[in-house]
Ligand binder design. Sequence first.
Ligand code: ZN
Length: 237
Amino acid sequence: MFYDYQYIIWVLLPSILISGFFSLRVKAAFNKYSRVASRNGYTGAQAARKLLDRAGLQHVDVVQTSGFLSDHYNPMTKKLVLSQDVYHGQSVASIGIAAHEAGHALQDASNYGPLRLRSKMVPLCTIGNTLGYIVMVVGLLMLYASGGAAIGKYVVFFGCGLFSLVLLFQLVTLPVEFDATRRAKEIVVDAGIIYREERLGMDKVLNAAAMTYVAAMVTTLLTLAYYIMRATAASRD
Ligand SMILES: [Zn+2]
C-alpha cells in the first residue's frame, strides 16, 4: 500500500515537486531581497514594533526565534515571533515578513472572522490529518482483502470526509494569509517604514510565500482524489 507505485506517481511525486517548487521560490525571493536594504534602515523587529504600536498593540511582544523563515504570530500568547534573519535584517525582505506577521496581529485585534475560525479549526485539522488518513488506508485495504466488497468503499469515503477537514482548514487559511499580506503592503508605506518604490522586493517575497498555501491545498486535493478514484475502481459496485 505505502509502496504502491500508483500512489508514488500520482500523489507523492507531484506533491513533493509542487511544494518543493514553491518553497524554493520563497527561499530564492528571500535570499535575493534580503540583500536589498531599505532606505530608512529599519530592522524587521523595529518595523514590527512600530506597526504594532501604531495600531495600539503595545501589549504584543516581538520576540526572536531560531529557524529559517519560522516567523509567525501566536494569537494565544499575543507574541509576534520572528526568525533571526528577519528580526535583525534591515532588508526589504525582512521588513516585509515582519509586516506580514504584524498584519496577523492586526487581524487578531480586529476580530477578523477567518482568523478566529482558523484558530478554532486547528484540532479538527489534526483529527482529519491523522484519523482521516488511517481510515482511508484501512478502507482501501478492506476493499482489496474482500475482493471489492462495497463496505470498504464506504470506509474510504468516510476517511475522505474526515481528511476533508484538512482541506477546509487550508481553505480558511487562504483569506487569512492573503489579508495579512494585503495589510502588510499598506501599513509599511503608511508608517513611513518603506517607500512605495521599495515595495517591489517585499511584494515578491510575500506573494511567493502566499503561493505555498495554495500549493499545500493542491497536494491535499491530490490525496483525496487519489483515494476516491482507487476506492471507486476497486469496488465491485
Ligand atoms: Zn501568515
